[in-house]
Design a protein. Structure first.
Length: 535
C-alpha cells in the first residue's frame, strides 16, 4: 500500500490569490527547472519584509467577525477593533504588526525536477534573505545563542531561522514564510496519549483540558489546530504547525482506513464550543478565544497516540511563494487603504469616556492608591512614566538584589511594563511596542515587591498562583494590555522611549517609556481578584 503524505493535500489557495513576483523567470534545462540563487535569497527577503506589516485576508476577516458577532462583549469588540486598527497602521510600513517580529520560519516543498544554479544550498540562501529583511526593516532580533548550557546571548541577526525543506515530485518550488512569535509558539503542546482516549467522551475531556490551558497569553483570538495520530511525534507537530496556518484545509473529510489523513469538521465545531465555554475570549474575557479551529487525524502505530495542539495568534503572519515554469508568484496579503474605522473610533470613545484616567509619576504615589482602589475587570487608561523590562533584565536585577540587598533606585517607584520593542526607525520615538507574557516573570514578583519594586506590572495574559500570592501580600496590581496591537501602541500610546540600563541585552535592555492614554484592564486587583480565574 503506498503511503499517502499530507504533502499531497497542501493548499495555498486559488491562483487568483497570487500575483507575479518580479524575479527572473527560471530556466528549463533538459527538462529540469533551474533556479538562480539570487532569486531565492531575494524572495525570502521580500517575503519576511512583507509579512512584518501585512496579514492574510482570513486573519482580518476573523477580527471583523468578532467585531460583528452579537455574542461579543463590549471588551471583545474593543479588542477586535483595536486589532483591526493595528493592522491598518502596520500596513503603512512604519511599525510592524507585532513587537515580536518572531522566529523566521520557512516550510518548503522542492520538486525532484528542481535544481539550483551552482548547487548552492537552499537553506543558506533562505536564511541569508531572512537576515537581510530583519536588518533592513529594523525588525526585532529575538534569537539567543548558547554560550554554555546556562549562558546565552543575542545572536544580533535573528538567526538561526527554522527552515524545513521537503522533497516532493514535480518541477516547482513552494515556500511558506512564517514569522512566529514566542507567545503563540509557547502555547504548542505535544503529549503521548493512551489509545483509550479514542472515545468521544474521553477525547472531548482531553481536548477541554488542553484548550482551556491555552489561556490568553498567546494573544487570542486564536486559530487552534489539533492533530491526533502520526507515525512519529515530529510528524504530529509538523502537521499541527501546517494546520494552524490553514495549509491542510483541503484534506478529505473521511478516509478508508489506509494511510490517508483526514480533517474532521465535527471535532472542529466541538473545539469551538470548548473554547467559547472557557470564558477567556479575545484576551479580556468573552466567547472568542478561538476564531477558527482545525482537527486533523493521522495514521499511527498501534501502541502510540501522539496529540499535538498548536495555535496561530492574533498577529498571524505568513505568505506563500511559488516558483515554476511560468515564473515566480507571491500570495497577496490584505492592505487597508481606509484611513479610519468608524467602529473603532466609536468603541474607543465609549471605552475611553468611561475609563478612569491615571497619571503615573515617580514624584507622587497617588496613582498607586487609585489603581489599588479598582476592582478586577475595570478598564483604565494610563499616561506617564514606566520602566520597560523583561526576562533577561529581570534575571540581572535579581542578581543585583541578591548581591547588594536592594534594587536600583531607577527600578523602584514606577510600574514595570514587560516588553521588548522593535528598533525605532529614523524620525520615530519608538518601534512597535506591545506587552510580553506576564507569567514568565512570576517568580520575580515576591523578591522584587519585597524590595519595593514591581508593585504594579503591565503585560499580557494570565499569571500563576505564585504571582497572585505576592500581589495580595503587597497590595500589588497587574494590568493587562492588548497583545498584538504593537503598531497601534507605537502610533498613539508611546510618547517617548529610551534605553537606561543593560544596553548589551539588545531588545531586552531596560528602557524608560512615557505612555499616553494606554488602555489596560485590571487583570488582578490589589485583593487578588483575577479576571482569568475560572468562575
Amino acid at each position: 500500500m503506498p503511503h499517502v503524505s499530507i504533502e499531497q493535500f497542501i493548499s495555498f489557495g486559488p491562483e487568483s490569490e497570487f500575483e507575479p513576483l518580479a524575479l527572473p523567470r527560471p530556466l528549463q534545462v533538459n527538462g529540469r527547472l533551474m533556479l538562480e540563487p539570487e532569486s531565492i535569497r531575494k524572495c525570502a527577503k521580500l517575503a519576511f519584509s512583507r509579512i512584518a506589516y501585512r496579514m492574510p485576508r482570513s486573519q482580518l476577516a476573523a477580527f471583523s467577525a468578532v467585531l460583528e458577532s452579537p455574542e461579543s462583549s463590549v471588551n471583545e469588540k474593543f479588542v477586535a477593533a483595536s486589532l483591526l486598527e493595528n493592522a491598518r497602521i502596520a500596513a503603512k510600513g512604519t511599525y510592524p504588526i507585532c513587537q515580536d517580529t518572531g522566529t523566521a520560519l520557512v516550510y518548503g516543498w522542492r520538486g525532484d525536477q528542481v535544481d539550483i544554479v551552482h548547487n548552492e544550498e537552499i537553506e543558506d540562501l533562505l536564511a541569508g534573505g531572512a537576515a537581510e529583511a530583519y536588518a533592513q526593516e529594523s525588525l526585532r532580533n529575538s534569537q539567543l545563542g548558547p554560550v554554555s548550557m546556562i549562558e546565552e546571548r543575542n545572536t544580533r541577526d535573528n538567526l538561526p531561522a527554522g527552515i524545513q525543506i521537503r522533497s516532493v515530485r514535480g518541477d516547482s518550488l513552494a515556500l511558506v514564510f512564517v514569522a512566529k512569535g514566542g507567545g503563540s509558539t509557547s502555547r504548542t503542546s505535544l503529549t503521548m496519549e493512551s489509545p483509550a482516549i479514542l472515545r468521544q467522551d474521553r477525547l472531548e475531556e482531553t481536548l477541554r483540558k488542553r484548550i482551556q490551558s491555552l489561556g490568553p497569553s498567546g494573544c487570542p483570538p486564536y486559530t487552534i489546530a489539533m492533530v491526533l495520530g502520526g507515525t512519529s511525534p515530529s510528524e504530529t507537530l509538523y502537521a499541527a504547525e501546517l494546520a494552524a496556518l490553514g495549509l491542510l484545509d483541503n484534506l478529505p473529510q473521511s478516509a478508508g482506513g489506509d494511510s490517508t489523513p483526514l480533517r474532521d469538521r465535527f471535532w472542529e465545531e466541538k473545539m469551538l464550543e470548548i473554547a467559547k465555554e472557557s470564558g477567556i475570549g479575545a484576551q479580556w474575557g468573552g466567547v472568542h478565544l478561538a476564531a477558527a479551529t482545525r482537527a486533523i487525524r493521522l495514521s499511527r502505530h498501534a501502541a502510540n497516540l501522539p496529540l499535538a495542539v498548536a495555535v496561530s495568534c492574533a498577529a498571524n503572519r505568513h505568505i506563500a511563494v511559488i516558483a515554476g515554469p511560468k515564473g515566480w508568484a507571491i500570495q497577496k496579503l490584505a492592505h487597508y487603504a481606509k484611513d479610519s474605522y468608524p467602529s473603532f473610533e466609536t468603541l474607543r470613545k465609549n471605552v475611553f469616556d468611561a475609563a478612569p484616567h491615571i497619571e503615573l509619576s515617580k514624584n507622587s504615589q497617588d496613582w498607586l492608591a487609585q489603581l489599588r482602589s479598582f476592582d478586577a475587570g475595570t478598564i483604565v487608561t494610563l499616561s506617564g512614566s514606566v520602566i520597560v523590562a523583561r526576562d533577561a533584565a529581570h534575571a540581572r536585577l535579581l542578581k543585583i538584589l541578591e548581591k547588594e540587598k536592594h534594587l536600583p533606585d531607577w527600578f523602584v517607584g514606577l510600574p514595570v511594563f514587560y516588553a521588548g520593542p522593535t528598533e525605532a526607525k529614523p524620525g520615530h520615538a519608538t518601534g512597535a511596542f506591545g506587552p510580553t507574557t506576564a507569567s514568565r516573570m512570576d517568580s520575580y514578583l515576591e523578591p522584587f515587591m519585597n524590595a519595593g519594586g514591581s508593585v504594579v506590572t503591565i503585560a499580557k495574559g494570565s499569571r500563576g498562583a505564585e504571582a497572585k500570592k505576592a500581589i495580595i501580600a503587597h497590595q500589588g496590581v497587574y494590568c493587562a494590555a492588548i497583545g498584538g496591537a504593537a503598531a497601534l501602541n507605537a502610533a498613539h500610546h508611546i510618547r517617548s522611549l529610551s534605553i537606561i540600563q543593560f544596553e548589551d541585552l539588545g531588545m531586552e535592555a531596560v528602557r524608560a517609556a512615557t505612555l499616553e492614554t494606554l488602555p489596560v484592564i485590571i487583570a488582578i486587583d490589589a485583593r487578588g481578584n483575577d479576571i482569568y480565574s475560572k468562575k
